[in-house]
Design a protein around this ligand. Structure first.
Ligand code: PNS
Length: 190
């Protein structure tokens, strides 16, 4: 039987306990899980791609069937190059669903043989997002419950270089999922 390879694409800026929970779940159902960090030059990020790769590698070193990679361009093209048959994505709440559904159906249109597999993180992680973590850490708030200790340290080090945490704009970069939700809210209200 052929090995089932899945990719778990995302920004991971920074990786959270929710991401780690999903990696643990994915590693149990696929033979190989590739955590794939998108290299997106158009998006401002808090951590560089190299920093994120190193952090996730450290956090997933205990899994024999998980590796970390970076990619540019279409997720479906990257998945095809890797001979992956599935894209793993997490759904935390109904609010994630619409954007994820659209992306999954678009990816299916582009590459019909690639399946998107949605998994839910443990419910106590369902409110965590990288954007909120950046925002809270940038303003000097506690993030120990939201990210692994290593990431907490890296966030602290990152924000130490700014003279006043409140002045940091690091919370600003938003994920596409976040942007899409905000656009929708504005349209519905007007
Ligand atoms: O963690 P994120 O930011 O929600 O991840 C979004 C990601 C990286 C999965 C998505 O933006 C993506 O797949 N980008 C690659 C470009 C692409 O394939 N676009 C078409 C998606 S339908």
């Amino acid at each position: 039987m052929s090995r089932k390879i899945a990719i778990y694409p995302g920004s991971f800026d920074p990786p959270t306990k929710g991401h780690l929970d999903l990696i643990a779940r994915g590693s149990r159902i696929f033979d190989e899980l590739v955590v794939a960090i998108l290299r997106n030059p158009e998006k401002t990020s808090l951590f560089s791609v190299a920093e994120r790769k190193e952090m996730i590698e450290l956090l997933t070193s205990g899994y024999k069937n998980v590796r970390v990679d970076t990619f540019e361009g279409l997720t479906v093209d990257y998945a095809t190059r890797l001979r992956a048959t599935a894209v793993l994505r997490g759904i935390r709440a109904i609010s994630d669903y619409e954007y994820e559904l659209q992306m999954a159906l678009m990816n299916r249109k582009l590459q019909p043989s690639l399946e998107t597999v949605f998994m839910m993180p443990a419910e106590h992680y369902s409110y965590i997002s990288s954007r909120l973590v950046r925002e809270i850490a940038g303003m000097g708030g506690p993030v120990g419950a939201l990210v692994p200790g290593l990431i907490e340290q890296r966030l602290r080090a990152k924000f130490k270089s700014t003279d006043s945490p409140k002045r940091s704009k690091a919370g600003a970069p938003r994920s596409k999922r976040e942007q899409s939700k905000r656009r929708k809210k504005r349209t519905t209200k007007s």
